[in-house]
Design a binder for this molecule. Sequence first.
Ligand code: HEC
Ligand code: HEC
Length: 386
Amino acid sequence: MMTGRGSWRAAILETIRANDPTRRFKNARDQLRSVPMKGPAFALGLVVLLSSCQIDEPNPIPPPGSSTPKDHLSQLGIFQGPLAALTPAPGVIPYDINVPLYSDGAQKRRFMILPPTQRLAAPVDDTTDRWVIPAGTYFVKNFFFPNDARDQTKGIHLVETRFLVRTAEGYLASTYLWNTDQTDAIVSGGNVDVPVQWIDEQGVQHAQSFHVPGTSYCQDCHDQRALGIRTRQMDLAGAFSDGSTNQIDFLMAEGVLDARPPAGVTLSDPTGTGPMDGRARSYLDANCAHCHAERGLASGTRLYLDYEHTDPSSLASLAICRQVPAVAGRDRVIVPGHPEQSEFLARMESPDPFVRMPLGPIRIPDGAGIAVLSEWVTAMSPAGCP
Ligand code: HEC
Ligand code: HEC
């Protein structure tokens, strides 16, 4: 198996190097999914891939209940009042999740819209925690930066508003880019770098590029799934408008969710105060497991990073001491007790977009996430690899 894995990995890197790194998602996916492990077939795959590069066309979506796509966010009727205030129109339900995906410091505000008379359905057994989404459901995710995270009155700067619309077959994906005046957002194919400036909680000034992925990359993570609509992410404590203190109670009271899902894992804030093991595994589940799991773009690596597969006592799936081609001189995925020798952390720190994990649109390594995972590796015992 090692040879096979080695050759497709090399294949992906070859393909990546022959292309713009931002195109690597699609290529890696096609490689993993369709290309047999042997030479000639693989070469054929590569030719097909190289000729299949395209610019992503904007993919406007219709307002809920309509079939006429609209180019402007303001025409979708999802928000009322000044658009940038993101005040939901009646029937548009705000929601939040336990552990947001790290996106170069961007913050998100999320909403969903259900078709009339429909509800989300809780999974019937505990083999999955993914909720069942009826066709016609819209998910809306707004990406923004605070102007000054220390002072809310300074406002926010919206970058993009993403959509996933549930169809009978899967999900339509689209994004709308905000204008500089923040008066509207216009549909885009993505593949754009947006300059952003903001000040963080510590008062540090950031001037960076936020990368909006092309819409053909959305499915590389999503793979026709809503990724946050899972009990582990939605079972969230908070203060809700009806007085509920838990989001699942709130959604059931609102008639959005049909029943209480089976209890299971709940993800915890990676930089919070919970037990460190749970925080580290929550980080991996939220940031890596959409690709690194039995279903996902990186399933071929057999490095599964969902919560269930990252129990340090279940060595088999955790790639402890697994030998891999070296990154920054580190050739074992996880070396217990030694974050500075663990390859997966070298990948997360890497400035090289061909190597960096998570594969995808981010450009700035997540220092806070790397710190939690380093602590987790430090605590693993016995230390070292044979
Ligand atoms: C690097 C992986 C990745 C890529 C690429 C990606 N997403 Fe997501 N997306 C996620 C994850 C993880 C979540 C769940 C966590 C959250 O809501 O922040 C999510 C959530 C969403 C949601 C809220 C509904 C849900 O799935 O929970 C929408 C809408 C969405 N993404 C749209 C898009 C669109 C449109 C694109 C392409 C322009 C895109 N995403 C690209 C990982 C990704
Ligand atoms: C968008 C999909 C995607 C996401 C998200 C992602 N990866 Fe990966 N990962 C891949 C693919 C594809 C490969 C195989 C290609 C390669 O080795 O670069 C890979 C390979 C790896 C490897 C090498 C494994 C081996 O056995 O060779 C490690 C380690 C890794 N990823 C860690 C992570 C970590 C940690 C995260 C989250 C912080 C993450 N990845 C998120 C797609 C992804």
